[in-house]
Design a protein around this ligand. Structure first.
Ligand code: ADP
Length: 259
């Protein structure tokens, strides 16, 4: 579905931050992007969303070159759930979600019957039906995160990018959000790429994990292929222990020597 071929990205006046990145992401798949701070995860997202032009290589979505698309067409191809942001106050949940339809609206910006159906579907998928008329600032952090997800969903894009979607949430809402996202990806056939620092959540919710290191993809594969002690200790530059819980599977902990 989404294919990156020999993609290089960098900032003006600097050498490449990422070079020769090649990876494919499939329909209904959740791909976690991990790596140390500064590894280039955000840079890769900027390349995917078109904020940063490619220095070389190609990104295609269903064989369409993303570079040939207008901003509006790209928004219909890739939706983004940004890092914990404060949503603009003064709007209801429904209005906030409807802003995600911008890439489809005509010049006078009126929602059509189709727009409303798509919004209603996203509201139902994210469990927000009882909250649509609430003002956004009256919602809890977990509910707001679901509104941000619904706003991205109404873009009806086959690819969704999530930038540290769980960073501001407690463990209850972290698990709830990733479970919800996983269910939605499966049901709607959306391919999701999510940046995440919590390796245990990546182990649990990603179908595959890609590790960025020194400007390249150091490894990509299933959680058990990638979350190995040797590899994690190398890329995070700290000894890492990987345990196997009979119920939960992989448990990843940094070795601190403190007990
Ligand atoms: P990550 O998201 O994995 O923490 P980033 O993509 O933010 O990593 O950063 C990768 C590298 O690119 C870092 O060395 C960072 O300093 C550099 N970088 C990020 N943004 C800019 C910028 N606007 N201009 C120049 N260098 C940048």
């Amino acid at each position: 579905m989404l294919k990156l071929t020999n993609v290089s990205l960098g900032y003006d006046g600097h050498p490449d931050t990422l070079h020769n990145i090649s990876i494919e992401i499939n329909k209904a798949e959740m791909l976690a992007l991990i790596g140390k701070n500064g590894a280039g995860k955000t840079t890769l997202l900027r390349g995917l969303t078109g904020l940063l032009p490619l220095r070389s290589g190609k990104i295609t979505c269903n064989d369409k070159d993303l570079a040939s698309l207008s901003t509006r067409e790209r928004a219909q191809m890739i939706s983004v759930v940004p890092q914990a942001i404060s949503l603009p106050a003064g709007y209801t949940v429904y209005e906030t979600i409807s802003h995600g339809r911008t890439a489809y609206l005509n010049w006078y910006g009126k929602l059509s019957e189709t727009d409303r159906k798509i919004i209603d579907h996203a509201v139902a998928l994210t469990g927000l039906s009882a909250l649509t008329e609430k003002e956004i600032s009256t919602l809890s952090g977990g509910e707001q995160q679901r509104v941000i997800l619904a706003r991205a969903l109404v873009q009806n894009a086959p690819i969704m990018i999530l930038d540290e979607p769980t960073s501001s949430l407690d463990i209850h809402y972290q698990v709830a959000l990733l479970q919800l996202e996983r269910g939605i990806c499966r049901k709607e056939g959306i391919a999701a790429i999510f940046i995440i620092h919590d390796l245990n959540l990546a182990a649990r919710f990603a179908d595959r994990i890609a590790i960025l290191h020194n400007g390249e993809i150091r490894a990509v594969g299933t959680p058990s292929e990638v979350l190995r002690e040797d590899l994690l200790s190398e890329v995070y530059d700290i000894p890492v222990r990987v345990l196997h819980d009979p119920d939960e599977g992989l448990i990843i902990i940094p070795r601190t020597g403190i007990s």
